[in-house]
Each structure stands twice: as structure tokens, then as C-alpha cells.
Ligand binder design. Structure first.
Ligand SMILES: Nc1ncnc2c1ncn2[C@@H]1O[C@H](COP(=O)(O)OP(=O)(O)OP(=O)(O)O)[C@@H](O)[C@H]1O
Length: 239
């Protein structure tokens, strides 16, 4: 089986006064394309650090990060930025949409920066807005969208560059229960549809059964991912 994302024996030390804080301690994680792994664990356990290393935003102290088979830790900063641009989509907790741009324009701006043809970017943007259920809101600005709709734009924007790896940081933190479940279901759907390897940090354990696997961080150590296929879904959560 090929893994679009692999972290092998990854260590991340942050300087902390005279010593260091071990944010990631010999972490191993392999995420096959087309699957979504939930990342759980208490505050301060290292979840955001893991996402940042997987996103090639932070270089680990030791270990290997393979993105679509390429060792990001062996690249120059410029080369790893290019790898990130081509292969990694990131969905931050807050959508951080630009207030003056429509939903479609939020998607087009990244494509413009990547030098893509405006016409191609427009049609891909519309296709993605359709997939996330926002085709009728394509020309609305952020203040005309609900929190759930803004998060959908955020997800569509992360998919614009056709990433191989999608990293999602607590996408439901600001949403009510119904919208949270819809966003997690959407993430599973796009993971399948675009055959992307997705990692989602979440505190909402009740939605984990909707995803393919779960791994738990504790004090920088990551448990081996466990398939959710046999896990009992909590009442009210349909698989
Ligand atoms: N830039 C930094 N410099 C120094 N220490 C840091 C830095 N970022 C995180 N840490 C430390 O690394 C450890 C892991 O933090 P991290 O933010 O990855 O955890 P987390 O599980 O994402 O927490 P939360 O759920 O609260 O976001 C913590 O001890 C934290 O204090």
C-alpha cells in the first residue's frame, strides 16, 4: 500500500529556557491516500506540532517526513515550500477568509499566485464550490456566509491546488453539532473523491467513528493508528 503521507521516527524539540520541550517524541504515522485519520489527544500533547511538521511548515529535529514519496526533511527551504505548494492543503481552525472577496475569489487568489490560467481557476473553483455545497453562494462575501459555509470555503480553498495531503486543524471548533457533523462528513467525502491523505485534529470524539482511523497523542508520543471500522458509533452518529 502506498502512503501519501509518512512520518518516520519524528522528533521535534522546542527550545525552552535552558532545556528543550519534546513536542514530538519518535512519532510514526502513515496515512494512505483516500483515507482520513483523526488525531486526538489532550491540549499540549503535540497535535498542532505534528500537523505543522507534516505540512513541512516546521522541520523536525530528527526523523523523516515523506510527502507523496518525497523526503521533505532532505530539501532546502525553497524546495520544501514548493513541495508544500504542490502537494499539501491546509485547513486552519479559523477560515481566515479575506473580507472583501467572494467565495469564488477566495479560491481563485491562490491559483492566481500559483500562476494558473484565470479561466481554469474559475472553473475549478466553481467545481469545488459545487462539491462543498456552495455553488449558490459563489458570489457571496464572508459576512454573507454562515460559520459552516465559511468553513466549507476554507476546505474548498485547500483543495484548489489538488493536494495529495490534506491537514485539518479542529475544523468544527466554532460550529454547532449539526454543522460540525456535516463538515466532518464533507471532509470524508472529499478525502475519497480526491484520493487525498487527510489528517484531522479533533476534540470532538463523537465524530471520530465517521473517519477511517484514529491515533492519539500524549506527551508527544503517538499511539499506533487504530481503524474505526469496528468501533461502535455513539448514539445518533450514522456511519
Ligand atoms: N513555538 C513553540 N515554542 C516552544 N514550545 C512550544 C511551541 N509550540 C508548542 N510548544 C510546546 O510543545 C508542546 C506541544 O504543543 P502543541 O501546540 O503541538 O500541542 P496541541 O496538542 O496541539 O495543543 P492544543 O490542543 O492546545 O492546540 C506543548 O508543551 C507546547 O507548550
Amino acid at each position: 500500500m502506498t502512503h501519501a503521507l509518512s512520518l518516520l521516527n519524528v522528533i521535534l524539540d522546542y527550545p525552552d529556557g535552558d532545556g528543550t520541550t519534546k513536542a514530538l517524541d519518535r512519532v510514526d504515522l502513515k496515512v494512505p491516500a483516500g483515507t482520513l485519520t483523526s488525531l486526538a489527544g489532550p491540549s499540549g500533547s503535540g497535535k498542532s506540532s505534528l500537523l505543522a511538521v507534516a505540512a513541512t511548515l516546521i522541520r523536525p529535529t530528527a526523523g523523516v517526513v515523506l510527502v507523496d514519496g518525497v523526503d521533505a526533511t532532505a530539501l532546502s527551504l525553497k524546495e520544501s515550500a514548493e513541495l508544500r505548494r504542490q502537494k499539501v492543503g491546509i485547513v486552519f481552525q479559523q477560515p481566515n477568509l479575506l473580507a472583501s472577496l467572494t467565495a469564488l475569489e477566495q479560491l481563485q487568489i491562490g491559483a492566481h499566485l500559483r500562476g494558473e490560467k484565470p479561466r481554469d481557476a474559475r472553473s475549478r473553483g466553481l467545481e469545488l464550490l459545487d462539491i462543498v455545497g456552495l455553488i449558490d453562494a459563489a458570489h457571496r462575501r464572508p459576512h454573507q456566509l454562515s460559520g459552516g459555509q465559511r468553513q466549507r470555503v476554507n476546505i474548498a480553498r485547500a483543495l484548489m491546488g489538488s493536494p495529495r495531503v490534506l491537514l485539518v486543524d479542529e475544523p468544527t471548533a466554532a460550529l454547532d453539532h449539526e454543522r460540525s457533523e456535516a463538515v466532518v462528513r464533507l471532509l470524508v467525502q472529499v478525502t475519497r473523491e480526491f484520493d487525498v491523505a487527510t489528517v484531522m485534529v479533533t476534540h470532538e470524539t463523537e465524530f471520530i467513528p465517521l473517519t477511517d482511523a484514529v491515533a492519539t497523542m500524549r506527551d508527544g508520543r503517538l499511539s499506533a493508528p487504530r481503524s474505526t471500522a469496528t468501533a461502535d458509533a455513539p448514539p445518533g452518529v450514522r456511519r
